[in-house]
Design a protein around this ligand. Sequence first.
Ligand SMILES: C[S@@+](CC[C@H](N)C(=O)[O-])C[C@H]1O[C@@H](n2cnc3c(N)ncnc32)[C@H](O)[C@@H]1O
Length: 429
Amino acid sequence: MKLYSRDTQTQVKHMILTQYLDTWCGIIFNPKMRYLAKQRLSSGQRFDPHFVYVDCFSSIGRYAGDKHRSSDMVEGSPIIGIRALDRLVESTRKDEIPIRVNSILIEKDRKIYQGLLETLSIYEYANRVRETNDFACLRPGEIAVLNADATKLVEKLVGYTTSGFTWAFYLLDPYGAGIPYDFVCPIVRQEHHDVMINFIYEDLSRKAGMARSDKVGAQQRQQVENWTAVFGNEEWKNTEQEVRQAMHQATDSSDNEESKRVERALVDRYNHVLRRMDPTLAVKLVDLQFPEKERTMFYLFLTTHDPTGALSLNKTLYNAKLWEQEIRSVRRLSKEMEETGQMAFFSAQEHLAEPTAPPRPTNDVIASDILKRFSGKIATRREVYRELVNEEYFPEEIDKALGLLKKRNKAHFEGSLSHDKPPIQFSKS
Ligand SMILES: C[S@@+](CC[C@H](N)C(=O)[O-])C[C@H]1O[C@@H](n2cnc3c(N)ncnc32)[C@H](O)[C@@H]1O
């Protein structure tokens, strides 16, 4: 089976996935949970946490290498997911906490599916693979692999990942059109379910153009309707019109500015669609660019019910923009080198400029934001995190701001902060 090289945006996507999975495991299996686990086990009580990685659009699981970077084989999302769960199991081994992990990999295309099985053998997982959709029969560590249409399996998947003491991480990463509302909704709204969705803006922007035209054929009309299935209704088709009308009334705007606003409006609309699926859901997103153009290729939407998880994702997504800059400049430079035959690639890397990090909000800014919201109240740190879940702050930035408020006598608490204690008494702002 022909293997492809991994492009810039896929490299960044995989970095985000790896970091998100590690953060997810770390937040759920935190020191408090470990402590509780040990207590329960030592008193003979049952403790059976179960972690499941579900890769609904798996593909083959490996790439020939990174474009313009290395020629060695690199792993795709199925292997990234399996490894993250194996790292979690490894981290609990010394405490002798038995946790169960399983992965489910789904690929519709028969040939690619065969390639995926081959990949799992290459990475030495063959003895853990079960070609089954009877998930309940999986033994700890086993990997269910299915040659199927994932969108037809939602009930079965959610039935499995909501049973027992289970946490699930779903990756929804198709090609082309987005993923139907009816498939996404039952997954994202479950407690203990984190989801990463690839929202392919490149395709949406083309279909938005077609939606306005009378000259499209039946096949293209169907492609437009696939996006209606993603948004759950037809309203998205009016977005472009609404933005253009609003802009023409306001100023003389450039085409570029106009298409940026249309992009923003379509992405906001999808953000609202997700939030409406479950008002308690935190939704984060990041745009990833085409390798050689200043244009968005896709957005990754990340959903969680955990405020600490959501704030930690801010950091992952902030880092992702730095990785993207770096990988894109390596690509640009090494391409130039290849074309001119000037210098070996590795010396080219030495000539790279440091990526420019966007500024962060200062402790002062975050502290006054917190004080404004909690003036005169008593709250735990967990409540502060929950209140700030839709902001861009990192958890450690919030902690520093709380420390600053304490130093200024605007927040009062004893000892060091954890999620549920001590309570924080805020002064009136
Ligand atoms: C973008 S690729 C996935 C890449 C992979 N997540 C990675 O990062 O390595 C999408 C894959 O989904 C498969 N696919 C498309 N529709 C599907 C469906 N309804 N069910 C399962 N797989 C599907 C395609 O054949 C393709 O291999």
